[in-house]
Structures are given as C-alpha cells and as structure tokens.
Design a protein around this ligand. Structure first.
Ligand SMILES: [Zn+2]
Ligand SMILES: [Zn+2]
Length: 226
C-alpha cells in the first residue's frame, strides 16, 4: 500500500469531489483517478442523507474506494468512518500520534451533541514523507501538528494540490486551544510543510472554501510571511 521511494509524478490529473457534512460543516473529499480507484479523506457523514449522498456519488461514477484517510482524528472529521469502512470494507489510515482522540471519541461526540454509534480504529499508520498509492496515483503525507496531535496533509505534486485538514484555511488557521493544539507548532508546520509548496498549489481545507498557497502566504492574517 505504501511506497517509501519518491515516485515519478502522477500522469493524470486527480479528480476531487467535495462534500460538506455534519453540523461542523466538515469538508469530506473523494479523490480519484482514471482507474476509478478513490480514497475518501475525512469521511464525516453523520446521518443517512449524507451517507446516501456519498454512496450515490461513488456508484454514479463507478468508483472503487480503497482507503479512508484521516487528516486528524477530531470527532467531527471521523463521524462517518465506521459507516464508510463497513460499507466498502476499507481500512482507516491515520498518523499514530492522534490515537488519543479515538480513545475519547464517544465522550467528545456526546459533549458536542453529535451522533456517534460506532468507531473504526485506524489500522494503517502513516508517517511524514510516506506516499499513499491508489490506482495510478500517489499522495504524499506531510506531518503538520499544531492544531491536533497527529495532523497530516496529503499532497499531490502533479496538479498540484494539498488536502490540508484543519491546518490551513482560507485566510485562517486551525484553532489551537484544544488538547494537542499549539500556535507556535502550527505556525512552524505551515511554514515548513505548506509554504514551501509551489505558490499555485490549491489548498483544500477541512472547513470552508479552497485557496492557494501563494494567496495564503500573502493574505493570511495569522501566518502570512509578509
Ligand atoms: Zn480539527
Ligand atoms: Zn475540523
């Protein structure tokens, strides 16, 4: 599943479909290539109508899901993990530093009034610099803590784009007041892992609209390198 050697660039442009799920308005991304193999990033559907929207898109496009990827294990991002994992018999992949959020998932769900009946533990561990392979494509894992322990971003160096989770948003950054959060660590992650990517890299964040690395380097009020 993983390759530790730097591969050649993806030959075809990856396709991305965004869903906005659950009361926290989490962006769930389905990323797929010409083979129809897909990964589902932050499977966050939380009720039957959201599950059906995801299922419908996958069946309409004849996609073959191969893996669930968690940018981090905050409760709002993992609400649909168990449903998607069971429906398509998929492993869940996450960075091991985020394990503690899984241990507290039910308590967190309850405290936010969210509906969580089941969790699926990540069984595949990823580290900084790993490449995740599916179909003819690959995404690079960028370890980017500071918002949550075990936060990662997923980078496609061909388009290029980065799935940023709650690390970097359009003119904002992830909150740092939750357990595992640290502003200085987050700023360092953004500068050393994201702002070194090409300016034209499209940023697909965990909440809200897309942006680009170049735009955030200039306009982001929290981390711009003015
Ligand atoms: Zn988060
Ligand atoms: Zn979030």
């Amino acid at each position: 599943m993983f390759s530790f050697d730097e591969p050649t660039k993806n030959i075809f442009m990856l396709q991305i479909k965004r869903f906005v799920f659950n009361p926290f308005q989490v962006n769930t991304y389905v990323v797929y290539d010409e083979t129809k193999a897909c990964v589902i990033i932050d499977a966050a559907c939380s009720d039957r109508s959201e599950e059906e929207a995801l299922e419908q898109f996958i069946s309409d496009n004849q996609l073959k899901p191969v893996q669930i990827l968690n940018t981090h294990n905050h409760i709002d991002h993992i609400l649909g993990n168990a449903f998607v994992a069971e429906k398509y018999s998929l492993p869940v992949t996450a960075h091991p530093d985020g394990a503690r959020y899984m241990n507290n998932a039910f308590a967190h769900a309850q405290s936010f009034g969210l509906n969580l009946t089941k969790v699926t533990e990540p069984t595949l561990k990823i580290e900084d610099g790993d490449w995740i392979s599916f179909g003819n494509s690959k995404l690079k894992v960028l370890f980017a803590p500071g918002h949550a322990d075990g936060s990662v971003c997923f980078y496609d160096d061909t388009t290029p784009f980065v799935i940023a989770g709650d690390v970097l948003f359009y003119q904002s950054i992830g909150r740092t007041d939750l357990p595992g959060g640290d502003y200085d660590v987050l700023k360092e992650s953004i500068w050393s892992k994201l702002f070194v990517l090409p300016d034209e890299t499209i940023v697909y964040p965990g909440h809200g609209p897309q942006t680009t690395i170049g735009s955030e380097k200039i306009n982001n009020p929290f981390v711009a390198i003015g």
